[in-house]
Design a protein around this ligand. Structure first.
Ligand SMILES: [Zn+2]
Ligand SMILES: [Zn+2]
Ligand SMILES: [Zn+2]
Length: 138
């Protein structure tokens, strides 16, 4: 899992640039259309393959909110550990951080280990609900 294994070609750089320039969580199709608007022609199949390569090398994260599409975000080594809030009304995906999470997860991992002898190594959290905008437009 090292990004040194990935040879950064022109096409790969263009895809990476799109992801690095945004806080949004983009699908392969989103990236395809953004590149198209910039007159960069990269086929959808190539984008899918590249994103998979990036994922396997820890360059991007996959966000799977269970709606049948995979979204991607650039892994910024300097960014804080975060998870995602998913609005079930408008489909928006937001990030959140919680300073009490490490404490909570440590306890949870400990209880899981005791109960199931299962060693927790990583986790993904998605919270589903209604966003601020959707709440205010009620
Ligand atoms: Zn976490
Ligand atoms: Zn919403
Ligand atoms: Zn995110």
């Amino acid at each position: 899992m090292s990004r040194r294994n990935v040879k950064i070609t022109k096409k790969r750089q263009a895809i990476l640039d799109v992801l690095r320039a945004t806080d949004e969580h983009l699908t392969a199709e989103n990236i395809y259309f953004i590149l198209k608007r910039k007159n960069i022609k990269i086929g959808l199949a190539t984008i899918y393959r590249t994103l998979d390569l990036f994922y396997r090398n820890g360059i991007v994260n996959k966000i799977n909110i269970g709606d049948g599409t995979i979204r991607y975000e650039y892994v910024d080594k300097g960014s804080v550990h975060h998870h995602h809030l998913v609005c079930i009304k408008c489909g928006k995906v937001m990030e959140y951080t919680d300073e009490k999470e490490p404490e909570f997860l440590e306890g949870l991992a400990k209880r899981i280990k005791e109960k199931y002898n299962f060693t927790v190594l990583s986790h993904e959290i998605y919270l589903y609900g209604i966003c601020k905008e959707c709440n205010e437009s009620e």
